[in-house]
Design a protein around this ligand. Structure first.
Ligand SMILES: Cc1cc2nc3c(=O)[nH]c(=O)nc-3n(C[C@H](O)[C@H](O)[C@H](O)COP(=O)(O)OP(=O)(O)OC[C@H]3O[C@@H](n4cnc5c(N)ncnc54)[C@H](O)[C@@H]3O)c2cc1C
Length: 337
């Protein structure tokens, strides 16, 4: 899904070598940039402007910001980064790769934008997020983020007591159903070609969850265009106002191939970039934060991961700066003053 938030005014791309380029200006990237800018690091965020939650009217479950539109949170985030000297550039990164190191051996990267401009940085924070790949059911995608939802903590309260359908996509949909049962008594589970064992059928029955095994062929709208139900392969229409779907989660890795970041397969979920503590990766000089490495992170966890990565980048830059100072001082005893 590639819905955008309103476009923002872009800063100029910095000249020369900067401390860090942050690729992706969502919650993770902006919080990483905020920590770096407040540490007096030169930082440029390059953001193409389509955060994952763009279709949603508001962000929920985020302390102190519950109910705030995603675009407003990002607007404030950009303002905060800029307040400390960080730059936010509207653009799409199409290439990022290691460059020749500096004379004292410090790392360098070249990051190129779709319009051909490029920038050199000492370190990179990847915060490009992920794409939700919905099952190929006609009419489903147009309701994404509104009447077609995924996360009970993001939209659950808003759809409470509605007639909800779980459109199963795999074994994880079973646990998903129990979470939505907490929110409504009118829940139907469409197996849609996935397995549902006898034990869970019994458990669903005990909780009053109806199971339909006939495949779903399309989403049906009412005269106003609102989601009204699903049509089954036998032609029957089952009335529903809300569908909950666990999408396949795919990291946004386009343009980052030159970094050779290792990724990992997460069974039944999707793929993510592999990372360790504070977002460190096996590629020297490259960190990753937010949904790009943690597919289940909500906005708060993504922002926190960005902040941790920003702090770790600053720590490593401080070591590199000291190594460079030693290199510049040359061999011999350190003079005592
Ligand atoms: C419909 C929906 C509703 C949600 N509601 C909630 C909610 O209520 N509460 C909550 O806590 N969470 C919610 N989430 C989850 C939330 O969207 C994520 O946790 C959060 O967006 C992750 O932040 P991020 O910074 O990792 O990625 P994103 O927010 O997706 O930001 C990534 C940014 O990177 C940019 N980018 C990608 N590739 C490139 C490139 N090559 N060059 C330049 N820029 C690039 C993108 O344009 C984007 O702006 C929701 C998710 C969805 C799908």
């Amino acid at each position: 899904m590639t819905e955008t938030t309103p476009p923002f005014t872009s800063d100029e791309l910095a000249e020369g070598t900067i401390d860090t380029v942050v690729i992706g200006g969502g919650a993770a990237g902006l919080n990483g940039a905020l920590i770096l800018a407040r540490s007096r690091r030169s930082v440029v965020v390059i953001d193409s402007g389509y955060p994952r939650n763009a279709p949603a009217e508001a962000v929920h479950g985020l302390l102190a910001l519950d109910g705030t539109p995603p675009s407003e949170i990002l607007r404030r985030g950009r303002e905060h980064v800029r307040h400390y000297g960080g730059r936010i550039v509207l653009g799409e990164v199409v290439s990022a790769e290691p460059a020749a190191p500096s004379a004292d051996g410090d790392l360098r990267f070249t990051v190129t934008l779709a319009d051909g401009r490029s920038i050199t940085a000492r370190r990179i924070l990847v915060a490009t997020g992920l794409t939700d790949v919905l099952p190929d059911v006609p009419g489903l995608a147009e309701h994404w983020g509104h009447s077609v939802v995924h996360c009970p903590y993001c939209h659950g309260w808003e759809v409470r007591d509605e007639p909800i359908g779980i459109l199963a996509t795999g074994p994880l949909s079973i646990a998903h159903a129990y979470l939505y049962r907490q929110l409504t008594e009118d829940l139907t589970y469409f197996t849609h070609g996935t397995d549902l064992d006898e034990d869970n059928r019994a458990r669903f029955a005990a909780r009053g969850i109806r199971v339909i095994d006939t495949p779903v062929t399309e989403v049906v709208n009412d005269a106003d265009g609102a989601l009204a139900g699903v049509r089954l392969a036998d032609g029957q229409v089952v009335a529903r106002r809300i569908l909950a779907v666990l999408a396949q989660l795919q990291i946004r890795a386009q343009g980052l191939e030159g970094l050779h970041l290792p990724d990992q397969d997460l069974p039944n979920k999707g793929r993510s970039f592999a990372s360790g503590t504070a977002g460190i990766t096996e590629v020297p000089g490259v960190w990753v934060a937010g949904n790009a490495t943690d597919l289940t992170a909500q906005a708060g966890a993504s922002a926190a991961a960005g902040a941790l990565a920003g702090a770790d980048i600053n720590r490593m830059l401080a070591i590199a700066d000291t190594d460079a100072a030693l290199h510049a001082a040359g061999p011999g005893p350190t003079p005592h003053v």
